[in-house]
Ligand binder design. Sequence first.
Ligand SMILES: [Zn+2]
Length: 305
Amino acid sequence: MWVFAQSPLDRQSHLRASSEHLNGWRNHPDRNIIAFDKQQRILAAKSDPDSSPEALSFINLSEHIDNAELNENTLIFLGTYQDTPWFGYELDVFPQSLEQQAEWFEVWPNLGLLEEPFASILAYAKALLYWHQTHQFCGQCGGATHVKNGGHERQCGRCERMQYPRTDQAIIVATTFEDKLLLGRQKHWAEGQYSVLAGFVEPGESLEQAVQREVMEEAGIPVTDVQYLGSQPWPFPCSLMIGFTAKAEHMRTQLFDDELEEVLWISPQDYLDRIQAKTLRRPRTQSISGHLIKHWLASHQLQLP
Ligand SMILES: [Zn+2]
């Protein structure tokens, strides 16, 4: 299973609007608080400068900061796991008392250091906090908004309009023609980095239509037989990747815009040979794109080295 899709939390969505329940969770002696800064870095244990860390070890803010220093109103309730509540929190200032033991930790370049189930809780917290960060004001009247429902709503103080957390849906698709897979690369990617095609779903569009539009837009290829494979929350910053396979009607590629600098068709054996020769980078196996590629190789009785 891919990372970020295995949250063990009970979101308690039927109870979190009740202030009685919310207060119980907020005052729980063993509550867990995941802290982020404005750049969406997570507070984690300092790694040993002499060795590379094997896993991220998160710092539970609750154990290290005086309750008086926390703004309880902006504690974002995530859910409960093994009877303890989990919260996300944005810290304005790094707590001095933690200077020796903690540091801000960038999530994106360190995906390989995340372990489940914490990775999925982190992804959930990160996406929700990003939404709070970017919805401080009302889109209708410009008034300031405040946290409601344990952090799952915001309401405008002026016109009372409610806002709800958003997720940006994006499709990602393994397009094949006979045994060949379609890959593309963007200009700014590292040398040898290619991936299956992906793009955001547009308003008024079904997921299947988004798959067909994206492959046409990025590679000039009409596809049919669009099949759902699975989905992955992707907290960079708040997407849901929805994975598909699709069959191309032909192999004549055409680039219409400059989103991709190159698209190519590759056979399974060629793909593995190029990975071996290091002219192609291994796909990120934490992501659903890596799994789509693994799934395609497996359909030809092959696997990544
Ligand atoms: Zn308003």
